[in-house]
Design a protein around this ligand. Sequence first.
Ligand SMILES: Nc1ncnc2c1ncn2[C@@H]1O[C@H](COP(=O)(O)OP(=O)(O)OP(=O)(O)O)[C@@H](O)[C@H]1O
Ligand SMILES: [Mg+2]
Length: 357
Amino acid sequence: MSFFGKEEENENVKKQGLSNTLGIDLGTLNTVVAKPSGDKFELYKIPSVVAVKKEEPSFVLAVGDEAKVMLGRTPEDIIAVRPLRMGVIESIAQAKALLVYSMEQGAGDGVENIERIVIGIPGDASEVEKKAVEEIGVEAGAKFVLVISEGLSAAIGAGLPIADASGTMIIDLGAGSSDVVVISLGGITDIETIRSGGDDIDTNIVKKVKETYNVEIGIHEAEKAKIKVGMVHSSTEIKPTSTQAIGKSLETNKPQKIDIDSIMIADAAEPIIIRLIEALSLILKNISPELIAGVYNKTIVVGGTSQLKGLKERIYEEVGIPVEISDDPMTVVAKGAAIVAAEPRALEPEVRLKAMK
Ligand SMILES: Nc1ncnc2c1ncn2[C@@H]1O[C@H](COP(=O)(O)OP(=O)(O)OP(=O)(O)O)[C@@H](O)[C@H]1O
Ligand SMILES: [Mg+2]
């Protein structure tokens, strides 16, 4: 089957596409760049952090790992910040620096050779937000920029049968935003976005620790504990485990070791899980009966937060859908974007997607 009309034209576009295109997941916590390479991808993971001058936050001094290293070790007039919050751009100058850096990582032989980039952003992004990302992409040096929903991109990256008429669903639980997307015939038929995710769980862990022990821990300690012993409430028995964190006693101001267990993390995650269940219930209320079997048969959960234990069980208990947790949760959005970038007609229903993993 020919994707682009004439066979030879097709070959040209494909060749050009494969060498000069990138897929980018501009995430709240991590930015992932996928570059098609044969039938695989080269992947670059960049922390979505930039170091800026405190007095002049658009003056970017370092990006990614380098900026992360500067955290806490820099003079007082330098701060490390995240250009995105809840999945959307907070500072144009900082986001541009992050995107340019990410494109440089992926481009290898120069950003000016990049023909096309596809960027995944939250599904409920406004026209203004979409435009901002597009403009940043062009300013960063790409000749053509396409912005697509992270959810759709994740579905393509995860190899879901998006072109089928029977329907399929993807749940993307990120750091700052979470999407539930139903797809059929290559397009989004239903979508619910929550501007909430793993970041809020971390904030709630800090609060719970403070309430329980009168000790204040840093947000990174909270995240570490979540990754180590994280769980969500479900009626399936999962043995809770525990880990230690060091915080500052609010009584003595001295460092204090405290225990954080899975139950505390499940409590901290509960408000986010409730919002997810509400979003899923809304989707199920609105979904056409033609798509329900497809969704029942094929729903995948991706994003870093999908790795919380008990999530699969809880979703089944609440909404009756047997979901599959992706074994590649953090890179599917970038891979899907890269597939679209290399093959711009990949979103059209009649196009059979290439099995690029
Ligand atoms: N093993 C784990 N268990 C639970 N949470 C995890 C685990 N590993 C990573 N996370 C969380 O996943 C989140 C990051 O996921 P991801 O990289 O998908 O987000 P993102 O794409 O940067 O954010 P967004 O899509 O919201 O812009 C963070 O909140 C992180 O703490
Ligand atoms: Mg994401």
